[in-house]
Design a protein around this ligand. Structure first.
Ligand code: FO1
Length: 312
């Protein structure tokens, strides 16, 4: 079984490639829930839904989130009441949040509801939230404001400098059922090309999860989300610099070094391979910009073989 720590659009694209290389039934995804939020009274789990919709072939390809062809009439109708609608929830996407909220209110765990949702979308892989407890990524901005993740990412369009990040709730959170067992049994663990500070770090911050990766780091391979110093999508590049790291494949390797023995870096960063190796993380150079499904599949193959879990 292959385990993947995933959050955000890049991770979902990688997973779409991975399931072209290994059977879906062989894949267990541990999804970030630090981006979760309650809006209009509904529990939204963006990173879990992005994985679900992408692998169901239903995601809005242009944005990487929400449902293809969705409408936003409910959002437009809500704006009559002067409520905040900057977080665009599509009319069909709302069904997922209505269902999740109703099931949680009935006492189901997020793990249980996520299994019901992925089954309803016909997914063959297992998608586990990192925890069933409330963990929320919160950011202190350079101007002193403290904001929840989606306010930073969507309302402020991450165009503000960040001073620090907190994963609120991790001190009392426990890994969701099956997460530790999957990570301990996995033939390989992949840190998908997600924002190391906003998508991977919250998962590693859940007590009991980071420790397993540290113990098994020779089986853990990361894929750098930074190519030639830039993030392909989102704030990872300037965020790394604002928090004192280097916005490069080497900076990502240094950050993830306790958890992964190997990192796949883009061909554009071939010249960084020695600096990556100097951090104590083995560097494997490949095309990591998943322009097509074929590239995503080749990247998945490269990542698996880098930790001895190669497939034909
Ligand atoms: N991202 C945006 O930039 N703008 C949005 O209006 C937006 C709505 C949205 C609705 C549902 C959902 O599952 C995700 C949504 N996202 C939106 C993306 C979301 O902020 C990110 O996918 C993650 O939280 C970070 O990876």
């Amino acid at each position: 079984m292959i385990a993947v720590l995933a959050g955000g659009v890049g991770a979902a694209r990688f997973l779409a490639g991975l399931v072209g290389v290994v059977a879906e039934a062989e894949v267990t995804v541990v999804g970030n829930t630090g981006d979760d939020t309650v809006l209009h009274g509904l529990h939204v789990s963006p990173d879990l839904d992005t994985v679900t919709y992408t692998l169901a072939g239903a995601v809005n390809q242009a944005t990487g989130w929400g449902l293809a062809g969705d409408s936003f009439q409910t959002m437009d109708a809500l704006s009559r009441y002067n409520v905040a609608t900057w977080f665009r929830l599509g009319d069909r996407d709302l069904a997922t949040h209505l269902f999740r909220t109703q099931r949680l209110a009935a006492g189901a765990t997020l793990t249980e509801v996520t299994a019901e949702i992925t089954t309803a979308w016909g997914l063959g892989l297992t998608l586990l939230p990192m925890t069933d407890d409330d963990v929320r990524t919160r950011l202190r901005l350079a101007d002193g404001r403290e904001v929840e993740f989606q306010e930073y990412f969507v309302r402020l369009r991450h165009q503000v400098a960040v001073e620090s990040i907190a994963y609120v709730g991790t001190e009392s959170a426990v890994p969701a059922p099956g997460v530790v067992a999957a990570l301990e049994a996995a033939e390989a663990i992949v840190l998908a090309p997600s924002n190391p500070l906003l998508s991977v770090a919250p998962i590693l911050a859940v007590p009991g999860i980071g420790e397993v990766l540290a113990d098994r780091r020779d089986r853990v391979v990361a894929i750098s989300p930074i190519v030639a110093g830039r993030a392909l999508k989102g704030p990872a590049d300037h965020l790394l610099v604002e928090l004192g790291h280097e916005s490069s494949a080497a900076g990502v390797a240094r950050l993830l070094r306790p958890y992964c023995g190997c990192i796949v870096i883009d061909a554009a960063d071939d010249d960084l391979a020695d600096r990556v190796a100097a951090t104590g993380v083995r560097a494997v150079v490949a095309d990591t910009v998943m322009r097509t499904a074929k590239v995503a599949q080749a990247l998945a193959r490269t990542a698996l073989s880098a930790v001895g879990a190669g497939r034909r």
